[in-house]
Design a protein around this ligand. Sequence first.
Ligand code: HEM
Length: 841
Amino acid sequence: MTTLTFPLRLGTRTLAAAAVPFLTGSRDQLSHYEKEGLVTPFESLGEFLVGLIEDQGIGDRVEEIQRFLELCIGSTSHLYGGRAWLQLSLTTHEPGLGLAIFNDKRTISQRFFSFLDAGNIAGPAVDLARELCRPFADSAYGQLRAEFRSGQPTRLSVYPGWVLEPFRGHDGFAKLFDKLPPALRDQPIIEHARALAAIQSPELYPYGVGVSLTPDAEAPELKIYTTRFDRRSSPLRGEGCLQSLLRQLGMAHDQLLEVHDLHDRLWQASATKAIQVATSISAEHPEPDRVSLLYCGVDSSAALEAFADAGISADAERCYEQVDRHLGSQRPMYVGVGIGQGGLNQRIKLYEAAFFRDTDVSALERLRPRTRSKAAAPQPPLLLPARQQVPGPGLMAAPGFIYNMARDVFPTMLDLRARYGDVIDLSGVGARNVFFVFGPEGVQRMFRDNSANFVRGANFRNVANVVGNGIVVSEGEFWVRQRKQVSAALTRSVVHTQVDRMVEVIAQMIEVLDGFAVRGEWFDVAHQMREVTRRITLKVMLGIDEDEETTNISKTWEQVYDALTYFTTRPWQPPLSLPIPRYRAFRQAMDAFDERIFQKIAEHRINPKAKGDLVRFLLNAHDPASGRPMTERQLRDELVTVTSAGFDTAAVTLAWTCMLLAQNPWAGHRIAQEANEVLGDRLPTREDISKLTFTRLVIHESMRMYPAAWVLTRTCVEEDELCGYRIPAGAMTITSAWVVHRHPGHWERPDQFWPERFTKENSKGRPRASFFPFGDGPRKCPGEPFALAEITAAIALMCQRFVLRLKPDHPIELEPSFTLRPRHGLIMQLERRANPGPNRR
Ligand code: HEM
């Protein structure tokens, strides 16, 4: 039997069975492994898949899955005794199923093309695949893959020469490319593949080449796989070739370090010490930008630790759970981690091989809608019809684009909208699958009309370092249930009961400001506004109102804020586990904040009358479905979410409003008049808030011009259409209230401060999604009533008492941080009004 010895690990054995069976000389690997009790076959493929498909929520793909298997599994390899030997893959964050079929017969590409033919799938990508498969006509081994995701076109791949028969050896790739017909050899995609293969081949063992395509795609992806089983000459060591490969891809040194770091950990977890480097080259994007590392035979608990250290544990755990549920004690055979231009993209794929005694898949019929008749129900097209190409800057504009975005993102975004329009494709400047959406119609679809298709996605995951699984990051059913409970604590009627306590804090601030006014002192209004909103939030939500403690928490929070900005504004950060000073400070700050939150929860458990509305509210809340209260951890996550969401957004809105009022003293004067009329010499009550109508117009205008949440992102789950342009599945869509709130098609004189534009009369005909300071749709800010109450009361009282003045020579710059802060603060002086109004009850 086998002449190679492998460590006694299941992953290794399955790897051996899958990847190098031809080396072993065995004709029936599975019988051998089964006899030895090393792998256990599943009984029925059909029954197995029914559970998996239901669990993954891909019932709409059942017909295709059945068709694919029936067509392609028919003549399974005699290597496996005629039984189905499948590789399944599950990907974090994307429910779906990948199926790979191995075959040792020389029919792998024929089967691939029969499947394409049966589905009437044709086009340039298919032609290229055909050409590429030709040199492998006598290949001894190959693989077919299909990935099925709900509502998305199936991704099909063929690896006709999986072990590059007959091209084995270090110059295998070169031999392959020489064999291609001249017309194909000259194609840019092949040129790139050839260049990449040339970097790899001296150090890596050429392992396979494949074509991957979605039906109708103009551009297929070419994938090159290389393997090294020897650690000493691992491509990730020393001057190894992955480094040069990544350099070639334009990846930063930092990214390399991150790759190294994860690699080191996974290496220890890997039983076989094998690395596979896969490079995808897409014809559309000549610069290859995706490298995946495939770790083989990785021990799952060690891998989970490695992921946890890399800060990506939650996703991996979820995926492992799914694998576990379906494959029982079997463990992933490979773990794949993709690295894009933005670093580790945290999209982890787990592969497991399984085999089945019975390959009949007719059990899948059960999942097919009963009423559907083939004639009556036309299949939805796999892709939306191709629309106009999305405009965007090209490669030549890349240096200028990158420089301008880094220097000053705000005018750059405005300029892009003016040049390219409402939807802009950034792939030309290196951000593949990233789109700016600056038209209200597109924003409306993202946030309201098809919000389920635009999820939080990868870039929110770093926010989870702060808020755990709080509602600002959670998704799906869980988010729906939590959101109901959290929103209930923030409704207008609840906020009404809190106005008195908010106003107490504001009145204290007015006294502090009065001191500045009397002394003629310059002060940073942005800092003061942060203090007041934090005090309000801590007092009302958590019941913390001692001065010293509030000041300490406020200082602590600055460090958390710093980290939040860092996490959300950089495409890549080193893993959180690294002992970087910024991270250390963040962790200490977070621990201190958490400790206080847990204390507060404990206080409320002992004394239900303890202060802190939000703690009380959430402690008493119950999951509407299960009737269960929140766990301690979830309670903490929601408390941190709500308090942190309320700290700075309201503060920057207040600060920018003060600036606008200093620049437009007439508006401050009108607010003062309104406050005198509505309040007289009282402090505002809940009833007064809605009567301060001009104050509200000014606040709206301030949020239009300086939206605290200046940028909002989503990930498009299934292919969609925004403003008439096709957005591919998986794309990141970025909108900016800063830009949309200045859209010349919807705003008259957008750069001018004109609060009356928000009167009912003047708002007629303006699309809803042209103004979204609080977001929109199901994810709309639940804290809006709270924020508007505190901001309205504070602005009315400030204007009633003071005239605001900006320090003339102090620079005013926007800082594109987590919220829209003034970079150098806003230095102001206050002057008491002649008839200030006592502001007392
Ligand atoms: C002027 C002040 C505020 C502004 C401009 C603001 C803005 C926003 C925006 C734009 C979103 C939606 C984010 C998205 O769609 O991705 C949001 C979400 C949220 N806001 Fe606010 N917010 C403010 C104040 C507050 C306050 C005071 C609280 C709490 C008391 C709060 C709690 C939240 C929460 C919990 C979410 C997440 C909702 C979810 O994802 O389901 N916000 N906020």
